[in-house]
Design a protein around this ligand. Structure first.
Ligand code: SF4
Length: 325
């Protein structure tokens, strides 16, 4: 039976670490204020992270001498029901037999074990700005389940610390100016679970200063001109794509393979990592990952790749946070 947390129990401070500067600063702050006995750290591993970020999480774990629990979603529970749906329902819906057979061949191999890829196979598409299901399935759900299990097993409330800053995003800044508040410092979610966002008004300088004071180096990816160090994201801008191609071509090659696999389970035989307008069978040729890479190398505007112009253009330079100086 669930035991609701008691008022007298000190809460557990749970920090979700992404390998980025903001979540690292959040963890450092939690440790400073509450000590390692009351702080727990988790890392939601999407399977689409940069190798340097995995290494950085290891570094944090060793340097701070605390375990960082890796949460890696297993999609077996959704995989086989989806296989059955494709096998039983697609023919009824008039999907051509060769497309059903091709999709089934992928499902019969079983889950790949890579959360990001398995999720895209099950959804038969990559996430997008309008359908950002990756965040929900790969991050929010596993983190919430982990927090709820923690409440149940310890009987203590959990404060889920989130390293969100208002300055970080234009929309957050605008909403904040218009209403006086956008994201709350503190939310009561019920059942002993709370959201806490202590960095809302911090600047990027404050964040790096917290690293410096504690003797923790930031993720080295920032030194390569990257403004964010999470997954190679479906929301990436032009400069980010260019950086990935320049320094991590094997990751781009892997995305090319993923586009091939997800295309095999797609009814329209096409799935591209970045949105490619149109439903016809040339979508992948026009908007596949290599086309986006080509576009990322064009000068401002990249007229020859107008279809991709909806991707934001990053304005970061190679020392966007002044770390090279
Ligand atoms: S960083 Fe981007 S691709 Fe990765 S989970 Fe978040 S929205 Fe999805």
């Amino acid at each position: 039976m669930n035991r609701l947390p008691q008022q007298t129990d000190a809460p557990i401070h749970l920090v979700s670490v992404s390998g980025g500067k903001d979540s690292t600063a959040t963890l450092l702050l939690a440790l400073e204020l509450h000590g390692s006995d009351n702080v727990r750290a988790v890392f939601a591993d999407t399977g689409n992270e940069h190798g340097a970020t995995y290494a950085y999480v290891d570094y944090l774990e060793q340097t701070l001498q605390m375990p960082i629990v890796r949460l890696r979603r297993d999609f077996t529970d959704m995989w086989w029901p989806r296989r059955d749906y494709v096998r039983d329902k697609w023919p009824e819906k008039g999907v051509p037999p060769e497309i059903v057979a091709r999709a089934l061949a992928v499902f019969e191999r079983g889950p790949t074990g890579n959360p990001f890829l398995d999720l895209c196979i099950i959804k038969a598409r990559f996430p997008s700005r309008m359908a950002q299901f990756c965040t929900q399935f790969l991050k929010t759900q596993p983190l919430t389940e982990h927090a709820l299990e923690m409440i149940e097993s310890t009987g203590r409330a959990v404060w889920s610390w989130q390293g969100i800053r208002i300055e970080e995003s234009d929309s957050r800044r605008k909403r904040f100016r218009g209403t006086g508040s956008c994201v709350a410092h503190f939310d009561v979610l019920g059942g002993g679970l709370f959201n806490y966002r202590p960095l809302l008004r911090w600047t990027a300088d404050d964040v790096f200063e917290a690293h410096r004071i504690k003797g923790i180096r930031p993720n080295p990816l920032y030194l390569q001109g990257r403004t964010r160090v999470g997954c190679l994201c479906v929301n990436s801008g032009k400069e980010e794509v260019r950086q990935w191609d320049l320094r991590d071509r094997e990751h781009i090659e892997r995305l090319d393979e993923w586009e091939q696999i997800v295309s095999e389970v797609s009814k329209r035989s096409n799935a591209t990592f970045f949105p490619s307008p149109g439903d016809n069978d040339t979508a992948r040729e026009r908007g596949g990952i290599w086309q986006v890479v080509q576009w990322s190398k064009t000068t401002r505007g990249g007229k020859q790749f107008d279809l991709l112009a909806q991707l934001d253009e990053s304005t970061s330079c190679s020392s966007a946070y002044g770390l090279c100086e």
